[in-house]
Design a protein around this ligand. Structure first.
Ligand code: SF4
Ligand code: F3S
Length: 104
């Protein structure tokens, strides 16, 4: 599966949802997650994210993000259409430790 990681938080560009062939993104207030059982590993979303927040879970060190994606994919509503990015997306792009500070 692919996973959404820290830099999505408070950017939420949503370019990713437009290209996903199986519509497996789920939306929280300031973050999106991928449902790991629905993702077919096609990889097309990864280069679409302006924040570089999407990664394959074959990369090392992503266990935490796999857990977060799996947990919230079953709690949050599905999102299939691109929306406006968050107002603060530009300033927030690249900030460290967003999960600890802002996740919601
Ligand atoms: Fe969707 Fe493909 Fe990205 Fe998985 S890798 S979330 S199936 S676009
Ligand atoms: Fe987030 Fe990137 Fe999608 S910022 S909403 S993972 S395009």
């Amino acid at each position: 599966t692919y996973v959404v990681t820290d830099n999505c938080i408070r950017c939420k560009y949503t370019d990713c949802v437009e290209v996903c062939p199986v519509d497996c993104f789920y939306e929280g207030e300031n973050f999106l997650v991928i449902h790991p059982d629905e993702c077919i590993d096609c990889g097309v979303c990864e280069p679409e994210c302006p924040a570089g927040a999407i990664k394959p879970d074959t990369e090392p060190g992503l266990d935490k993000w796999l857990t977060v994606n799996a947990e919230y994919a079953v709690k949050w509503p599905n999102i299939t259409i691109k929306r406006d990015a968050m107002a603060e997306a530009k300033e927030m792009d690249g900030e460290e430790g967003k999960f600890e500070k802002y996740f919601s």
